[in-house]
Ligand binder design. Structure first.
Ligand SMILES: [Zn+2]
Length: 93
């Protein structure tokens, strides 16, 4: 089962307040991890204090070329809930 962590962050793209982060089983967001916003599907990167920042142009290019990020974006856009998306991604790995 995916792990949902209570974590107050704001999307750096659409300013949507988020009170939870859902990831793969037994994971919690760590600094440097990549986040997909559930509202705008843009990528964010966790800072040391677990706030989110926009990736730089170079980071964004690298992330969008990463097959697992591409797949995560595709699955997230085709799911009704974050937990549903993570279940699909867990079942693939
Ligand atoms: Zn957003």
């Amino acid at each position: 089962m995916p792990t949902t962590t209570e974590l107050a962050t704001t999307c750096p793209h659409c300013n949507k307040f988020q009170d939870q982060a859902t990831g793969k089983k037994n994971t919690r967001p760590r600094p440097g991890d990549v986040s997909i916003c559930w509202k705008c599907f843009e990528l964010g990167i966790y800072e040391q204090d677990l706030s989110l920042r926009k990736p730089s142009e170079i980071e964004l290019q690298e992330l969008l070329e990463n097959p697992s990020i591409k797949e995560a974006l595709r699955v997230t856009k085709n799911s009704n809930r974050p937990t549903e998306a993570m279940k699909k991604l867990e079942s693939q790995s």
